[in-house]
Design a protein around this ligand. Structure first.
Ligand SMILES: Cc1cc2nc3c(=O)[nH]c(=O)nc-3n(C[C@H](O)[C@H](O)[C@H](O)COP(=O)(O)O)c2cc1C
Length: 169
């Protein structure tokens, strides 16, 4: 698959087969995240691979949806604002941007490997800090469940056109 094909095939998956996800595949996703670019190469990220029933239960409390409770594995992406680059001109912290790029690498790599994912940001951040014992300065950026999709997925169509999103100046 070329990159456009992978991007077109990636959809938010909210139903998963119970099948085990191979450790080599998770390692591949993490390698793709590891190689992501970041401002001043700060790499201000950490990825919690959530596999144990106990930690999964904590994650489900943070995002309490039936569909979210059934994936074999999850990744919680954390940003370290103590390491991330802040632009001098306006102090803008690039932590979120860096973590987001690496996280999308994970998501696209998962698609390449036939795995389903779903970006989740609408979780209870305060509870996440508490249940995962996150120190100040560490930000939980996004979560994705990972597993084999229970259904075939339609390729992406519901997007604005290039004309709508582009201006040549
Ligand atoms: C930053 C971000 C946050 C998202 N948060 C959630 C979420 O909390 N819960 C959810 O079900 N989907 C979430 N989504 C999935 C979007 O709803 C989905 O990507 C969008 O509707 C397009 O559908 P598609 O991913 O199938 O192409 C999120 C997506 C992004 C990029």
């Amino acid at each position: 698959m070329d990159l456009l094909e992978i991007i077109s095939k990636r959809r938010s998956v909210r139903q998963f087969l119970p099948d085990h996800v191979e450790t080599e595949k998770i390692d591949y996703l993490l390698e793709c995240a590891r190689l992501a670019p970041s401002a001043v190469n700060a790499q201000p990220w950490k990825f919690l691979v959530v596999k144990s029933p106990e930690k999964k239960a904590l994650l489900h409390q943070c995002y309490n949806r039936d569909w979210f409770a059934v994936a074999p594995v999850y990744i919680l992406a954390l940003g370290d604002t103590g390491r991330s680059w802040k632009r001098k001109a306006d102090g803008k912290d690039h932590c979120d941007i860096d973590v987001t790029i690496a996280f999308e690498h994970i998501v696209l790599a998962a698609t390449e490997k036939g795995l389903g994912t779903c970006w989740v940001c609408n979780f209870d951040v305060e509870l996440c800090y508490k249940l995962f014992d996150l120190p100040a300065g560490i930000i939980p950026v996004a979560i994705t469940p990972i597993g084999y999709p229970a259904h075939d997925l339609e390729t992406v169509t519901n997007r604005k056109t290039i004309r709508e999103i582009t201006e040549i100046i």
